[in-house]
Design a protein around this ligand. Structure first.
Ligand code: HMG
Ligand code: MG
Length: 297
């Protein structure tokens, strides 16, 4: 059943900026601070990954030290291993995320190990998080297709999702990393995962590369999914998914939710301001259709 209220997890500062050439620490902090005043309650602010692999996310410790934290907002970060987890905890994150994949080849390219090895690396992260009472989100990438392998079966997605859930991830975010999904396939994938992980623990993380993310989310909302990842101004793309563009623009998602009468708690004008400011700083086009329409461009 369609939810009456959803949680939005803002991806702009992490997924949005991780592939952005020339982004500075000041740009990243300005974006997090602007987003913190929009009513959003969850912001993925950075990554504690190897700076050789993703230089844009270096200095995430400094970012956490310098942002103006708002008490109603939970600030999260990616942590692929114990080293990243320890750095994230020292920086004062509110939650962390491990990121696995339903595709073997994507796992190799993204985190340099097999899916099974990645799960073994996440174990100690989950254990350490448990002792600190820190929530851990789990991502499954390539849920609707892989840039290297093509089609991925819903069963394989469900397997990885269940492994992360059993390990202790409180929420599983299902990534359409390359945005190739369409509504029927998205619904079939979410249904398969929901056989093994409760629907209330699932989030959708759909990239909009083929312009299908809104349609896919609209279809999956009917199943009762109530946590949605999106990226302000449609910023982003994964460095290890060639040609991938950003998550669905948060502004466009808000407009859809308003139309469906689903509560989200975000001020659209403030969000458009935050998205426009980072696009100006970076000299890039705004990827939100709603923002462009409202800004009269
Ligand atoms: P590796 O090279 O196999 O790791 O990388 P290693 O343990 O052999 O270490 C190599 C070097 O990295 C060493 O440094 C380590 O200290 C360092 P050196 O001795 O060479 O100077 N290192 C680290 N440094 C900082 N933080 C760490 C860390 N760990 C090791 N946590 C590793 C393995 C996972 C580290 C690497 O592959 C990596 O950092 N990958 C980053 C991948 C990434 O961030 N991808 C983008 C995010 S995922 C995504 O976008 C998808 C998602 O949005 C969902 C979707 O859309 O589907 C989540
Ligand atoms: Mg992503």
């Amino acid at each position: 059943m369609r939810p009456t209220q959803v949680q939005i997890v803002e991806m702009g500062p992490r997924d949005g900026l991780q592939n952005e050439p020339g982004v500075t620490l000041a740009d990243r902090i300005a974006l997090v601070d602007a987003l913190s005043l929009t009513g959003l309650r969850r912001i993925e602010a950075g990554s504690f990954v190897s700076p050789k692999w993703v230089p844009q996310m270096a200095q995430s410790d400094q970012l956490f030290g310098q942002i103006q934290r708002q008490s109603r907002v939970r600030y999260g970060a990616l942590t692929p291993n114990l080293k990243g987890f320890e750095a994230a905890v020292a920086a004062g994150v509110d939650e962390v995320a491990v990121f696995g994949s339903a595709s073997e080849s994507f796992s190799q390219r993204n985190i340099n190990c097999s899916v099974a090895e990645s799960l073994a690396r996440f174990e100690p992260v989950l254990q350490a998080a448990k002792t600190l009472n820190l929530p851990v989100r789990g991502y499954v990438s390539c849920t609707l297709g892989c840039p290297y392998e093509g089609a991925i079966s819903p069963e394989k997605v469900a397997e990885t999702a269940e492994a992360l859930y059993r390990m202790g991830c409180y929420e599983i975010s299902l990534g359409d990393t390359i945005g190739t999904g369409t509504p029927d396939r998205a619904v079939a994938m979410v249904r398969a995962v929901a056989q093994r992980v409760p629907m209330a623990q699932l989030a959708l993380h759909f990239h909009d590369t083929y312009g299908q993310a809104l349609a896919n989310i609209t279809a999956c909302l009917e199943l009762g999914v109530a946590t949605l990842d999106a990226s302000v101004a449609g910023l982003g793309g994964c460095p290890y998914a060639p040609g991938a563009s950003g998550n669905l623009a948060t502004e466009d998602l808000i407009y859809l939710l308003d139309g469906l009468g689903i509560e989200h708690g975000v001020n659209l004008d403030a969000l458009i301001g935050a998205g426009d400011a980072i696009c100006r700083r970076l000299g890039r086009a705004n990827g939100s259709k709603v923002a462009l329409a409202k800004l009269g461009r």
